[in-house]
Structure formats: structure tokens, C-alpha cells
Design a protein around this ligand. Structure first.
Ligand code: FAD
Ligand code: NAP
Length: 509
């Protein structure tokens, strides 16, 4: 029996109902939650109508299945009968119907490429498209895949050399402002994966190494010349004849959105209480991973729940808010800290809460579109956060106060239900005492009668009171994060108050 009350979720504001990025949210009927879907897929019912047979699907055949009561969709060459899934789709039936009888890969990638459809829809698999894209056979070096002539000029390249004990892979990124956040390296069981982020593109070195290497991997970055060295220690001091076998995506330079999410298993090393329902999880990256999550970006966590892989986004924070503004905190490349609210009916957070210290969980590469330069060119910074919408503000706040001297005002307006829900209240108050530029305003929607502070919900009047240019023409940046309706309302009020789209950043998946 699955220990999840079927009627209790998704609640009206649950992520299962609320599509990120301002898309329409569609209330699901009772009994149509993700957990209900998982149950149905395990029930043994024939969901494809093909009694478990897999077929080759022609384009003509696919096109015939274009109705709600008979709907097939192709994603990355695989065809799914999504008819039984219609009522369970958090984005609604109409959204799914946009790809009915057609290739829905682009649409899927635009909306939620992080959702693990292979696992969620495995019982709906009809088969493969009859004409499938030709993939480079393993072992052969594929042609570099580039997008357009302008991208070609910027295509990185790589080389490698060895000493008795070391293998060094050098990637020439052709970027002048390379930094540690743009380099993601993993080496697992002889499989090396080195990804370089170049704006919205990704370059990949992906090789099945010729020989075994030791666990620790070093990464050196010559920032100004854009040279990245990945240094591996040989397990045996023998001469390598070749670096290894190229894997399918090796030496490709493609849009980041076209690159599949990569996960590595991280160990849960600590779990501490932040409030009555929110915990700070510390995950340790493998020694063979080089990964720094940039400000404002999130990662995806993946867990198998009742036999189905479920993926949810979370925004890494710092272990605490440093009170020393002089030096940027040393980047601790070994750990990822996550501040996570555990919902009593939450599918994913309940499973997370059951993890024991020492257990492993899969963590993806970071994603997100926030740029530090947005802060560096502003004079006033306003952070509007609701509940765990505070998480992207943590690194941002620290960056603003330690590294951005041109900011005159940094103000956090933090919306919560009750005093007990305020995350890191003490730390924020201490920070406000220490910094002349930083102010924090707590606003409660369900305060007790003892609360003497501000109360209410996000509104035009509250925003006009707290979001103000320090000078008539000062450049402002307003970052906003919380439940989707909170964010959407906030954006609308800000626009009504005369702030432009460029002055507002929303955090979404
Ligand atoms: P679900 O099974 O989806 O929902 C079940 C129950 O949980 C609901 O009945 C309801 O009671 C409750 N619930 C779920 N969502 C909400 C909500 N928004 N408001 C009120 N009740 C709700 N969460 C964090 O805690 N920390 C983060 O750092 C974080 N980062 C995120 C980053 C991004 C880009 C996005 C889009 C979301 C982020 N979230 C974060 C939310 C997170 O991804 C999950 O949606 C959340 O943990 C709930 O998952 P669940 O499966 O447990 O809940
Ligand atoms: P919460 O405790 O339920 O709510 C926090 C505050 O927001 C409360 O004052 C609440 O008022 C208010 N609020 C909730 N829904 C609202 C709405 N529809 N309109 C106006 N105000 C509203 O919040 P939470 O449970 O921590 O949820 C945090 C949300 O942030 C989640 O949805 C999560 O997905 C999102 N998040 C997003 C990111 C990202 O990067 N995109 C990162 C972290 C978290 P009430 O008293 O009315 O409920």
C-alpha cells in the first residue's frame, strides 16, 4: 500500500497544479494527482491498448492518433499513448493536445524538459518512430554539432596529454570570462563528462576513458584566456595509447536546452531544522565532481517513488548568511545546501524527509537564467520573497552585500504566514544590524495578535510602500519568488506602479 492520502493533494497551490513560468494552471480532478497516476501505471492495466507489444510507428500512423480519446505523442523518437494520462497532466488536457499526433519534443523541452517522462510514461510506450534520427555510433568521433555560422566561430575544442601519473584534458573555450561556475565535470567508472557553458550553449567532452583513474579530479581554469584543464590521476602508471572511446554527445556544441539533464548521486551528510517544517539539507558531491551552482540557479533532485522516477527543482543556498561583508565566502565546492519545506502531503518532500544521513540522492546540473550583471548594474535591489521563495535570495543577498559596491539599497520584503514560518529570521535581523545598506521587512498574512509588524498579502499598496527608487532615476532590480500566483500578482502590481519588465526578475523552473 502506498502511504499517501489520495484526496489530500495536490492542493490548489501545489506544484502539481501550478505550472512554472506563468503558464496556465489547471485544477486536476480529485484522484488525478501524480501519486494516483503512479498507482494506475502499477495496476497492470494495458495503457497503450497494444497489450505490451512495441511497434514501429510511421508519421502517418502517428498523425491518426490526434484526439483526446486517442492521443499519441512522439518525444525524442519514442511514441507514447497519452490518452490515459490526459486527466493527470498538471498543465491540462489542452496543453497536451497541442502535440497530439505529432512530434512534441520541442514543446516538451520548452515547457518542462526536466520532467522524467521516460519513467512517468513508460507504461504508455507504443514504440519508436519508424524513421529515427541517425545517432553517431559509439566509439566513432562524431562531427562537431554546431548551430549556425556565428556559433561555429565560438565552438570550443579540446586536446589531451599525459605524464607518467596524470592525464590532462585541455578545453579551449574561446571565452575570455571563463569561471568555475561554467565548468561541470564528472568522472564515474571511467566515464568522463566535462561540460562547458558558453552563454546559452553547452560544449561537451564525453569519453569512456581508456584506463581507470583515481577518484579525485582537479579543474584548473585560466579565466582570461578561457582555457580549462581537467586533470585526472592515473590508477596505474601506464602509457595510454588514446584518451578513450568517444561517447554519443562527445565534442558537441549545442543549445543548453537540447542537452539532457545529467545527474550524479550525492550523499546526505546532514539535516538540520530551520523552522517547524523546513530543513537545511547538506549534500556532498562525489570527489570526482566539479560543480558550483551559480546565484539564482536551481538543481533538480530525482528520487524513485513507488517505482517511478520523480524530479523536482530546488534552489541551493549557503549554509548560513555570512556577516562579514569584506570577503566573498570561499566557495565550498564539495557540498550543496538545500533549504526545503516538508509538506505533510508532499509526494517528493515526504520521501526526502525519510532519507537517512548517509543515503544518496541524484542531483542534476544547475539551470536558470539569472545573470549577476543584472545586480552589478543596479543601484537599488529589492527582493520579494514568499515562504521558501526566499531560497534564491540567499546567495543573491550575500553577493549583493559583499561584491556589489554600487548598490545603495538592498531590501528584502519577506512574506510569510506566521512568525514561526520566517526562515533565518535571526540571521536576517543580524545582517540588517550589521549592514547600513540592507533592510528586511517581514510581512505576515496570518499573524497572531501579538505581531506588531506589518501584515497582509502582496498588494499594490504594500509594494508602493517598500519598493522605491532611492533617487528619481536610479536603476532598480526587483527579484521576486514564491508561489506562482504570488509572483504573477507581484509582477502585475510592479508594472502598474511603473516598473519595466527589464527591472523585474522572476525565478521559475
Ligand atoms: P506536492 O506533492 O507537489 O504537493 C503536495 C502537498 O504539498 C500539497 O497538497 C500541499 O499541501 C503542499 N504544497 C506543495 N506545494 C505547495 C505550495 N507551493 N504552496 C503550498 N502548499 C504546497 N521548495 C523548497 O522547499 N525549497 C527550494 O529551494 C525550492 N526551490 C524551487 C525552485 C524552483 C525553480 C521551483 C519551481 C520550485 C522550488 N521549490 C522549492 C518547490 C519544490 O520544487 C516542490 O514543488 C515542493 O518541494 C513540493 O513538492 P512535493 O512533491 O512535496 O509536493
Ligand atoms: P507559503 O508558506 O504557503 O506562503 C508564503 C506567503 O505567501 C504567505 O504569506 C502566503 O499567504 C503567501 N501566498 C501564498 N499563496 C499566495 C497567493 N496565491 N497569492 C498571494 N500570496 C500568497 O509558501 P511556501 O509553502 O513556502 O511556498 C513557496 C513557494 O515558492 C512554492 O510554490 C515553491 O514552489 C516556490 N519556490 C520557487 C522557487 C523558484 O526559484 N522558482 C524557489 C523556491 C520556492 P497565505 O496566508 O494567503 O497563504
Amino acid at each position: 500500500m502506498l502511504n499517501v492520502p489520495p484526496q489530500a493533494f495536490p492542493a490548489p497551490s501545489s506544484q502539481q497544479r501550478v505550472a512554472a513560468g506563468g503558464r496556465a494552471k489547471v485544477p486536476l480532478k480529485p484522484g488525478r494527482s501524480l501519486m494516483d497516476w503512479i498507482r494506475l501505471t502499477k495496476s497492470g492495466r494495458d495503457l497503450t491498448g497494444l497489450k505490451g507489444r512495441l511497434i514501429e510507428v510511421t508519421e502517418d500512423e502517428l498523425a491518426k492518433h490526434n484526439k483526446k480519446e486517442d492521443c499519441w505523442i512522439c518525444i525524442r523518437g519514442f511514441v507514447y499513448n497519452v490518452t490515459p494520462y490526459m486527466e493527470y497532466h498538471p498543465g491540462g488536457e489542452d496543453e497536451l493536445m497541442k502535440a497530439a499526433g505529432a512530434d512534441g519534443t520541442d514543446l516538451f523541452d520548452q515547457v518542462h524538459r526536466w520532467v522524467n517522462y521516460e519513467s512517468m510514461l513508460k507504461e504508455c510506450l507504443v514504440g519508436r518512430m519508424a524513421v529515427k534520427p541517425i545517432a553517431a555510433p559509439k566509439g566513432m568521433l562524431p562531427e562537431k554539432k554546431v548551430l549556425g555560422a556565428s556559433a561555429r566561430d565560438l565552438t570550443p575544442s579540446y586536446d589531451w596529454f599525459q605524464t607518467d601519473s596524470l592525464i590532462t584534458i585541455v578545453i579551449y573555450t574561446k571565452q575570455k570570462d571563463m569561471n568555475a561556475e561554467l565548468v561541470i565535470v564528472d568522472c564515474q567508472d571511467k566515464r568522463l563528462r566535462g561540460e562547458i557553458i558558453v552563454d546559452d550553449h553547452s560544449y561537451l567532452v564525453e569519453v569512456d576513458l581508456d584506463h581507470a583513474v583515481q577518484e579525485d579530479v582537479a579543474v584548473n581554469i585560466a579565466e582570461k584566456v578561457g582555457k580549462v584543464e581537467i586533470i585526472l590521476k592515473k590508477k596505474d602508471n601506464i602509457h595510454w595509447k588514446m584518451l578513450g572511446q568517444a561517447l554519443e554527445s562527445h565534442n558537441t556544441f549545442i543549445k543548453r536546452t537540447e542537452r539532457g539533464l545529467f545527474y550524479r548521486k550525492c550523499k546526505l551528510v546532514s539535516k538540520t531544522e530551520v523552522t517547524h517544517d523546513t530543513k537545511l539539507l547538506c549534500l556532498m558531491l562525489p570527489r570526482s565532481t566539479h560543480l558550483c551552482v551559480p546565484i539564482g540557479q536551481h538543481v533538480y533532485l530525482k528520487q524513485t517513488i513507488a517505482g517511478t522516477e520523480v524530479v523536482k527543482p530546488y534552489t541551493p543556498v549557503l549554509p548560513f548568511l555570512p556577516l562579514d561583508f569584506k570577503e566573498p565566502p570561499r566557495h565550498d565546492g564539495a557540498h550543496v545546501y538545500l533549504m526545503i519545506k516538508i509538506y505533510s502531503c508532499g509526494l517528493f518532500t515526504q520521501a526526502l524527509d525519510h532519507l537517512q544521513i548517509g543515503d544518496y540522492i541524484s542531483v542534476s546540473n544547475p539551470e536558470g537564467n539569472f545573470k549577476k550583471s543584472q545586480v552589478q548594474t543596479s543601484e537599488d535591489l529589492f527582493l520579494l520573497a514568499a515562504g521558501t521563495g526566499f531560497t534564491p535570495m540567499v546567495k543573491l543577498l550575500n553577493f549583493a552585500l559583499t561584491e556589489v559596491g554600487c548598490l545603495r539599497t538592498v531590501r528584502l520584503i519577506f512574506f510569510n504566514k506566521t512568525e514561526d514560518d520566517i526562515l533565518w529570521r535571526n540571521q536576517l535581523e543580524q545582517l540588517a544590524l550589521k549592514s547600513e545598506r540592507f533592510e528586511v521587512q517581514f510581512i505576515l498574512s496570518q499573524p497572531t495578535k501579538d505581531w506588531v509588524g506589518k501584515q497582509g498579502k502582496i498588494s499594490s499598496s504594500l509594494l508602493s510602500e517598500f519598493v522605491k527608487r532611492s533617487r528619481k532615476d536610479s536603476k532598480v532590480l526587483i527579484c521576486i519568488c514564491g508561489p506562482t500566483p504570488f509572483t504573477e500578482q507581484g509582477v502585475q502590481y510592479l508594472k502598474d506602479l511603473g516598473y519595466s519588465q527589464e527591472e523585474i526578475h522572476t525565478f521559475t523552473a
